[in-house]
Design a protein around this ligand. Sequence first.
Ligand code: MN
Length: 495
Amino acid sequence: MSIEKLLEAVKNHNPNADTNLIRLAYDFAEEAHRGQNRMHGETYLEHPYNTAMILADLKMDTTSIVAALLHDIPEEGKYTLKDIETNFGKEVAFLVEGVTKLGKVKYRGIERYLENLRKMFVAMAKDIRVIIIRLADRLDNLKTLDVHPPVKKMRIARETLEIYAPIANRLGIGEIKGQLEDLSFKYLYPEEYKYVDNLLNKFSHAKEKFLNLAIEKVKKNLKKENISIVNIHGRIKHHYSLYKKLVKYNNELPRVYDIVAIRIIVNNITDCYAVLGIIHKLWKPLKGRIKDYIAQPKPNGYQSLHTTVFSINGEIIEFQIRSEKMHEEAEYGVAAHWIYSDETQKGTVDKKTSGKKNDLLWINELNKWRQELEDNQEYLETLKIDVFQNRIFVFTPKGDVINLPDGATPIDFAYHIHSDIGNKCVSARINEKIQPLDSELKSGDLIEIIIDKNRSAPNADWLNFVKTSLARSKIKQAIRTKKGIFRWIPIINKK
Ligand code: MN
């Protein structure tokens, strides 16, 4: 940790940044957190410092970096928000206040979850940087999660996977979304994580040579056509993202075509389409796998051309082709748009000649979105539904609402209520009718679990269809206890 390193990271993308202000914030944070330690012995300052560093790598503006350095000071108690405002101004104080407020809302069942989400969106409506700082804050917390007791660890990881990662995705910040998901995935589903990790290692190792050959061949052919490449590299799928695909495709690995992909970054849209043509001339594309996200961007703004081809020796490989600007947006999303605000403010970039004018359109879109958000409660509802599309809500006989993942079964429900209810479950009524235990529940279903008090252990076959990690781990635990030996049951059935 050193202020010089942070300033270097900031200057990398913003040579005109106000480094004095960042220095002052660093010193102030050091003084405010002096004597305060993080649980694993390092000084507390490491945390705001790391948070600021993540934002510097995201190319965020000076105000955000300063706010990140100061974000936990009001919590510490030595200095107040007023002190921050006096020293660093209203804007910084506003951001710090927003981040502190968001930190206070925790995941406690569905009601709070909705409330939490609503607050986040409303805060974002005022200044999206609050959310981005909070995402960076959470990312650093996840990296040092080990120090917490298991219950807290699980809570933070679940909250991240269910709230923070979808929001990072919504904002198009692919890099942060991937890291948030993988870190929480590792804590929440350690066995599945290990399985996927192993798979990724083996796979990327086996394909390395062939990927390099394919990259060389593409380079040579693009050179022949006079298309200059900004960057070409292999990219490996994130762990959680691969896991979701495996679940979707019943663990049929060959159906996942994009475990490794070759990413080609070129100067402009014309070149993107030219590259696509050249690749199709070299190798035959797979039917139905050509996707034009340039003409039709994903809802979060993602743009690229994707194609999957039978390449050297018939090896199937996905190519992702995009311009430099699209690449920045895919990695940094909405954060990419703060890159220019710093410079334009200082008058160092002439808006008319910078060629970046179109970027502002995106900001305008976002502003419109914020406006709608504030005006229109209904719009807020659609956003909620979007984030919730992988969740269902079912009722207990007493009318409590239980939140489960899509595809959950009565067994998942039973374990959600209590592990004893799960272990002793013999049948289930869905909407007053007895139904098989592997039935897929739908939102609004009323579930009643019928138990046998004398039953001592659950059925191992349930592991083949339960959807929640809670049910899985409880079933395994009960079986283990009964048998007295540890037995590892693969969650994803290997082929
Ligand atoms: Mn913090």
